[in-house]
Design a protein around this ligand. Structure first.
Ligand code: CP3
Length: 351
């Protein structure tokens, strides 16, 4: 191996290097599709107990590495720990997802108490430290540790709607009606996200990813104000404190606005959803930055020849530039674990 080929493959790709074999990890790689995850989750009692128990969070973070030897671990946590740390009530209800006590005005937001912010998030950093030590112990020396956060806009969506939503009417109408008070919420979230990511880096994260799952519901002006501007502030603050730590941005579902994001958000790399064709991403985005993505999670679930064709399409186009193989969104819980094994073999060229 020549010396330019040394180092962790994921970090090399994020530095703009072209790797012979693309590094691979999957969003939601630790989760319900794995029987060992379901077992640990049962032991924890509920999802939030799992998130806030460093030993158990470490264990489930390690599970997909042990099965598939991915190029990255992503710390097991959730984006909604930030609203909770800011004082909002949060519950996960089986088959329904997150439920929060909605915050629909500046006054309601001011009533939340962030007094326990650091204390609430401390177990996440402890889980990171434990997982980094475990990875060293178990010989995962080429595996990169990823920390993450929700982006301010996506966190505001959950905080204001009180959970998932069909049309995001409450959060969007607040932003249109009273941008001044809405920006108090976004600014507070921007600071909280920055702090949370810096702490994760201090605890061992070598890369951070910002999930903006609902960036696709905004018009172009609102996108610029509530997605790009806060993301740029976060990316710049991280770069100032840790110039070598790459920031991956994932503006899911934003379609053509992804170009605006790539040019102006100051992230190091762009995670693409499945709607963008790999062929167009080669000329649109790869000249600007490394890209990550973008197999349809349901194509992975389906497997067979569709999976082979999907992987071939992505690797043949994007593999010629700086690239990380991933899905276009999180793995779905019905996915057969053997399809993931097949996927890894296809990407690594060993089938
Ligand atoms: O990727 C990983 O392996 C790390 C862990 C991770 C989780 N959530 C664990 C999780 C990450 C990176 C997230 C991010 C997250 N959480 C996002 C952004 C990405 C996206 O999917 O758009 C969002 C929007 C959330 C909020 C959230 N958490 C929802 C809406 C739900 C319910 C939906 C569902 O799949 O049930 C969750 C729950 C959740 N977060 C699970 C896992 C493994 C499943 C819960 C369980 O085990 O019962």
């Amino acid at each position: 191996m020549n010396s330019s080929e040394t180092g962790k493959p994921l970090l090399r790709a994020l530095k703009g290097k072209i790797t012979d074999v693309p590094p691979i990890w999957l969003m939601r790689q630790a989760g319900r599709y794995l029987p060992e995850y379901r077992q640990t989750r049962q032991r924890a009692g509920n999802f939030l107990n799992l998130v806030y128990s460093p030993e158990l969070a470490c264990e489930v973070t390690m599970q997909p590495l042990r099965r598939y030897d991915f190029d990255a671990a992503i710390i097991f946590s959730d984006i909604l720990v930030i609203p909770q740390a800011l004082g909002q009530e949060l519950e996960f209800i089986e088959e329904k997802g997150p439920v929060l006590n909605p915050v629909r005005s500046a006054e309601a937001f001011a009533r939340l108490s962030p007094a326990k912010f650091a204390e609430t998030l401390a177990p996440v950093y402890e889980a990171l430290r434990l997982t980094c030590a475990q990875m060293r112990k178990d010989g995962f020396g080429r595996t990169t540790m990823i920390g993450f956060s929700g982006a301010p806009w996506t966190l505001a969506c959950y905080m204001v709607e009180g959970g998932s939503s069909r049309d995001f009417q409450h959060v969007k109408s607040w932003a249109y009606r009273d941008p001044e008070s809405f920006s108090v919420l976004i600014d507070t979230l921007t600071e909280a996200v920055t702090e949370h990511l810096l702490q994760q880096i201090a605890a061992g994260a070598e890369v951070v990813q910002i999930f903006d799952s609902w960036s696709g519901v905004l018009d172009h002006n609102q996108f610029s104000q509530w997605v790009i501007k806060p993301t740029r502030r976060i990316a710049e603050a991280i770069r100032e404190a840790y110039p070598d730590v790459p920031v991956i941005g994932f503006p899911k579902g934003c379609g053509r606005l992804a170009m605006d994001y790539a040019q102006n958000s100051k992230v190091t790399a762009l995670s693409l959803d499945s709607q963008i064709s790999p062929k167009s991403a080669v000329s649109l985005f790869q000249p600007l930055m490394p890209v990550q993505g973008n197999l349809d999670p349901v194509c992975l679930l389906a497997g067979g020849t569709a999976l082979e064709a999907g992987v071939e399409d992505i690797v043949a186009h994007l593999g010629k530039g700086p690239f990380i193989f991933n899905l276009g969104h999180g793995i779905v819980k019905e996915t057969p674990p053997e399809n993931v094994e097949k996927l890894v073999a296809l990407v690594r060229g060993s089938t």
